[in-house]
Structures are given as C-alpha cells and as structure tokens.
Design a protein around this ligand. Structure first.
Ligand SMILES: Cc1cc2nc3c(=O)[nH]c(=O)nc-3n(C[C@H](O)[C@H](O)[C@H](O)COP(=O)(O)OP(=O)(O)OC[C@H]3O[C@@H](n4cnc5c(N)ncnc54)[C@H](O)[C@@H]3O)c2cc1C
Length: 410
C-alpha cells in the first residue's frame, strides 16, 4: 500500500508549525502543505503593527517565516501554494482541491479564519479588511495618501490600524457597534478602560454606532451611521472580526460548529483528522471547557501538538493552555492571559488612568485572568499561576510582594 503521509491544509502559522514538528519528531514520510495564498507562510501580527508604521526602518523586510528552500529541501515538504482545498472525503481519506486530489494517512486542518466584510462594499476603492499580507500592503499604500480615515470595529485590529493612522497625523474615527469594545477579550470594565486610550490619544471613538451605508461612486467618500451622522473618509478599514474558514468542510462528515470540533488532543470525529489554530474548537483541559482562540501562541502550539498526535510521534497528548494575547496601540503594549469571565477585578499595579497598570481577574477563589498594560515582566508569571490553579489570595500576595520589592528599589 502506498504511503500517503501527512497532508496539512492551511500554509500559515499552525500549518507551518505542524510540518516542523513532524520532522523534528522524526517523521520521514511524505508531507504536503496546501495553502490558497500565493505566499510562503508568513507572520500576521506585524501586518497591523510594524508593516503600517510611519518609520520605514520599523518595517520588517519580510514577514515570511521560512524560505522556500528550507521548506522544500530541509523539511522535504511538497508545497502546494495558490491551491484552494474545496472538500475533504474522510471515508476515502482524500483532500480535494478542485480536480486535484491529495490522499492522506493523517490530515491537519489549519485553515485559520477569514475577515468579515461590510456587505455591498466590494465595488468601492478605499475599503479594506486586514487579514493577509496583500491586505496589509494595500492599507499601508493607502495610508500614505489618505486624508481622513474611518475604522469600523474597535477590536484589536481596528485599534492597531487607528493607532497607525493617528501616528501619521491623519484624522481618524473608530466606529463600534457595541456599547463597550473588547468585552470578549478583556471583559466589560477593562474593555471600557482600554478603549479610553483612543480618546486620550486624540482618536474619536463612536460607541453603539451602526454603519448604515457607504457613500461614493468609485471610491469611498463617507460612512453613514444609523443615527444620521456622515463621516467623511477616503480610507475605511473594516475590523469587525473573523470567521473560522470552514465553508469548504460543510460536506465532510466532521463536527463543525463555528470551528472544527476537536477533543483535548485536537482530534476531530474522523479517523486521522486533526485541527489546529484559529479554525479549531477544542476542549481545553486547563479550563475544562471548549474554546476557539484567535491568538498567535495557541495557533503555533496547536500546530505542533496536532502533528505529533496525528502521527503518533510521542503518544497522544492533551493540549491545554492559558490563552495569551497581546496588542500594540499608541506606543503601549496590552497583554492578556487567561479568560476574562470574572466576578471581580482588582488593579494591583498602577492605576487605570495611567500608562501602566496590571489588573487581576477573580472567579470564585481562583485567579483566572490578568491584564497588563506596559508591564511585560510580570504577565507570564500570572500566566503560570493560572495554569497551576493558583488561588486568588496567592495572586494578591504575589502582587503585594512585587509592589513592596519595587518600592524598596526606588
Ligand atoms: C493583522 C493581524 C494581526 C494579529 N496580531 C496578533 C497579535 O498581536 N497577537 C496575537 O496573539 N495574535 C494576533 N493575530 C492572530 C494570529 O495571527 C492568528 O491567530 C494566527 O495567524 C492563526 O494562525 P492559523 O495558522 O491558525 O491561521 P491563519 O494565519 O489564518 O492561516 C490560515 C491559512 O489557511 C489558508 N486557507 C484558508 N482556507 C483554505 C483552503 N480552503 N484551502 C487552502 N488554504 C486555505 C488561509 O488563506 C491562510 O493562509 C493577528 C492576526 C492578524 C490578521
């Protein structure tokens, strides 16, 4: 019987880490990496940060993770770029890309997520989402000539784009439908606190504001809100979230529920099929519940776990994690670890009106989350405490001891 090997669909962070882990773990069989973008796997966080910076020196020359040579020669990967997977037949164990077919012994689904768009705006120049390298290049080009920017959505990507536009001196307005931004990421209280960074930096934030229409013949001219406001703009960036890229899986005999359903080992219900990264909804044993994360760290780690588990390289292991995300706005770094569903939040360092603070999140008698603004040295310590089930009191004691040490050092 021929060996079909490992097929990975999605040639980005999770897919790349999957093929790297397979080889690192000693797998010598065939590996096929299929991606619908024309680019080699590249890093996305710089697309809304360094790539949009005013200062040319801050531009990473190339966000590509690995060269073609490294992938095809050193890792012996069959690269199938510009190739869209259209279906998977889990009974036949084959991925279909239009008329082409890739049989597999083990399959990893790593198709990530797709940016949501504003309906009915495809025909207009000057309206962009920001998910891909090509999107980022377009937004960067337009920022150089824009005179007025509207950002739709006050999530991470919207905030980073607004910050980049502001750094170029462009009048910028953020339009957000929710009454408070970032509730899913930071909870209501801290979502409100962090969104104040916009107004403190001179960027107007309109909350509870719904886009009713876009004006313009060929190019966008204004954004119309449901309360009748007309915001002039020649660049509109839409950051209203992303959906897991699962549309190609609907005919497959797989659990798909806003993400591919997996167990704690990232295995789907189909034999030999695993999922990783933004597309995976898996059972996170650290919190005892199902989660789908859109974060760099978990995508990278899940890619590696999924490959090792799919190939049986070191026994099937559970993937448990304390979620970690970061975002950079107006020169501040915001980091969050854990989950934001708290009964209580206590600020243990600085104050929320300043440039630096740490807030801890309590659920029952446990520490479940920590938000650190411009406090990078402490955040991973709280992440480790959450992972080991530290009590709330332990977290407060730790914070008090650090504060005392800092006071002595002053
Ligand atoms: C602009 C931006 C900034 C970000 N900043 C941060 C940050 O600061 N911190 C953080 O923690 N996270 C950040 N993220 C999130 C992080 O980059 C993602 O969580 C991560 O990229 C997910 O990796 P992935 O491999 O699962 O999916 P993706 O990176 O989305 O890659 C999936 C790949 O699969 C391809 N694909 C989709 N469908 C198919 C198909 N049918 N056939 C073939 N290929 C297909 C896609 O085109 C894509 O290339 C950011 C994301 C973006 C877009």
């Amino acid at each position: 019987m021929p060996e079909h090997g490992l097929v990975v669909v999605g040639a980005s962070l999770a897919g790349l880490r999957a093929v790297e882990a397979a080889r690192k773990g000693g797998y010598e069989g065939r590996i096929v990496l299929i991606g619908d973008e024309p680019h080699l796997p590249y890093d996305r966080p710089p697309l809304s940060k360094q790539m949009l910076a005013v200062n040319e020196d801050a531009l990473p020359r190339d966000p590509t993770f690995r060269s073609r040579e490294h992938l095809t020669k050193e890792l012996a990967v069959q690269l199938e770029l510009s190739t869209r997977a259209t279906a998977v037949d889990v009974a036949e164990r084959a991925v279909h890309c239009g008329a082409r077919e890739f049989p597999y012994d083990a399959l990893i689904l790593a198709t990530g997520s797709t940016a949501r768009r504003l309906d009915g705006t495809h025909h207009l120049h000057g309206i962009h989402t920001l998910r891909t390298l090509d999107d980022s290049s377009k937004v960067r080009g337009e920022l150089a000539t824009a005179t007025r920017v509207v950002v739709v959505g006050a999530g991470f990507i919207g905030a980073e784009v607004a910050s980049a536009a502001h750094a170029r001196g462009l009048p910028t307005t953020i339009v957000e439908a929710a009454p408070v931004p970032l509730v899913r990421a930071y909870g209501e209280r801290m979502g409100r606190v962090c969104s104040q960074l916009h107004e403190r930096n001179g960027v107007s934030l309109r909350l509870g504001a719904h886009v009713q229409g876009i004006e313009g013949a060929e190019r966008v001219e204004a954004v119309l809100l449901s309360d009748g406001t007309r915001l002039e703009a020649d660049l509109v960036v839409v950051g209203i979230g992303a959906d897991p890229a699962v549309e190609w899986l609907h005919s497959a005999d797989l659990g798909v529920e806003f993400g591919v359903t997996c167990d704690s080992r990232l295995a789907t219900s189909a034999a030999g099929v695993y999922a990783a990264g933004d597309v995976a909804r898996w059972h996170n044993p650290v919190f005892g519940r199902s989660m789908r994360l859109e974060t760099w760290t978990s995508a990278a780690e899940q890619g590696a776990f999924a490959a090792r588990n799919a190939l049986g390289l070191d026994g099937a292991k559970e993937y448990g994690t304390v979620p970690y995300t970061w975002s950079d706005w107006y020169g501040s770094r915001l980091q969050f670890v854990g989950v934001p569903d708290a009964e209580d939040i206590e600020v243990v360092l600085g104050d929320v009106d300043g440039d630096q603070f740490v807030a801890l999140y309590r659920l029952g008698d446990r520490l479940v989350g920590a938000l650190a603004v411009n406090s990078p040295s402490v955040v991973m310590k709280y992440r480790a405490m959450i992972a080991t089930g530290a009590s709330w009191q332990d977290a407060l004691d730790f914070a008090a001891a650090r504060a005392a040490r800092a006071a002595r050092a002053r």
